[in-house]
Write a new protein. Sequence first.
Length: 135
Amino acid sequence: MKVLFSTFPPQPGDLAAQIEAYGIALEGHDPRDIEAAVRRFIRGEVEGHNQSFPPTAAKLGGVVRKCMADRLDSEQRDRLSRPQLPPPLVEKSAESQARVLQKTQQAIKDLSKKMLTEDARKHHYWTAGDEGEAA
């Protein structure tokens, strides 16, 4: 910001209020985006800006948001252009599938016993395969 203010002539008015306005406009923004916006103003790359005067706080805030959008778009493109790892190759043997099936059936059986209602317990309803054991 110091570079920006030293580049343009000072504006008349309350300097403290102007600095506070810039602070509000830049609050919460990434320093990389603020620096990029300042560079755009100093280089004269901001359309519609009269280079004889410093940007308003609102104008600077808008250019900072534009710089943020440009940076995020660039980062997204970089992520998408990187080679992706292939999905892991998981071989499913008959033994491992049988083990998973057995564990799944046991989990269902255990949950079914725990979730019996009072009526089911009272009337001795239980899940198939319990071989007559009441829950």
